[in-house]
Ligand binder design. Sequence first.
Ligand SMILES: NC(=O)c1ccc[n+]([C@@H]2O[C@H](COP(=O)([O-])OP(=O)(O)OC[C@H]3O[C@@H](n4cnc5c(N)ncnc54)[C@H](OP(=O)(O)O)[C@@H]3O)[C@@H](O)[C@H]2O)c1
Length: 342
Amino acid sequence: MPQNAQTNRRIVLAQRPKGAPDANTLRMDTTAIPSPGPGQMLLRSAYLSLDPYMRGRMNDAKSYAEPVAIGGVMTGQVVAEVMLSNLDAFTPGDYVLAGNGWQDYALSDGVDVLNLGPNPANPSWALGIMGMPGYTAYAGLLKIAEPQPGETVVVAAATGPVGATVGQIAKIKGCRVVGIAGGPEKCAHVVDVLGFDACIDHKAPDFAAQLKAACPSGIDVYFENVGGKVLYAVLPLLNAFARIPVCGVVSWYNLPGLLDGPDMGPAIMGTILRMKVKMQGFIIFDSFPRSLYAEFARDMTGWLQAGKMHYTEQMIDGLEAAPQAFYDLLEGRSFGKMVVKV
Ligand SMILES: NC(=O)c1ccc[n+]([C@@H]2O[C@H](COP(=O)([O-])OP(=O)(O)OC[C@H]3O[C@@H](n4cnc5c(N)ncnc54)[C@H](OP(=O)(O)O)[C@@H]3O)[C@@H](O)[C@H]2O)c1
């Protein structure tokens, strides 16, 4: 059933996955479209963002945010159109950035909702390069890693919205940039389109040796997106006083428990100690002052207008396709920023 004016389609959490989510994890149901009361507006989703953090919301575990309840609508940011409004600051026809989750319609009181106006150019970009992922790359790289010209910056998930942006900003700042991505097609894009100096396929059998060859002066900044074997290959290449902004560890998000195999704790902590590494985790909207967002928006707009920043979206058609697209995203079967055209 496509989006319509009679019912609200919702994707809800049916059961908590153990390991990778599957066909039993999410299900679609329908409810009535709610009516806005005083101080409320009705929003209709146009674009839904799919992001790796959503996997964490499926777990009932301590985190920086509450898990989604069983039967609850999956968390997610949308670009939505205002349909009805009892709020002075929002008019029917305006587009907004809001946390409506995976559903067609939602009520909002306007709190934490960004008004994009009636005719925004590239509205879906508010979910990617001009929104949370772009800001994450900007703040994590520039405020935690503070890359200097000539330094070597390494980032994995290099075709994704965070990694692609990290690498391009690092190039703007005069660094040597080495991307890591899954497969030759993604790696070619990273070098030929995004302009990184090199890109290594983490699926190659000699991945660690290739990474070493691509970083002849060692690694000064490792922007951590994935963890796992990429982290282990980076460790011996880190230079003294290297910086590691810990943004995400997507290769471990589907782990049902502890890893089998050797305990890597001593190698990780020993390297941090001996190489005097600064390693800092961050959650984008908790870790930086709100004022930084305006700085990001100004710089990113300038880079896009100057043609210094390339942005790729993978547009998924229809809310019903969102669950499988999300599972694909976690397994590396995405290319660019995944957005659902609801
Ligand atoms: N801290 C924060 O506030 C914050 C905010 C936004 C995002 N994040 C994190 O930033 C990271 C990137 O986010 P994104 O939205 O840009 O994701 P993304 O790149 O669109 O998707 C994740 C990518 O991770 C790669 N990947 C998956 N499994 C892997 C594995 N086993 N080894 C190596 N790479 C693997 C895949 O790319 P390949 O096929 O190229 O390997 C996949 O496409 C995620 O960890 C996310 O959770 C954190």
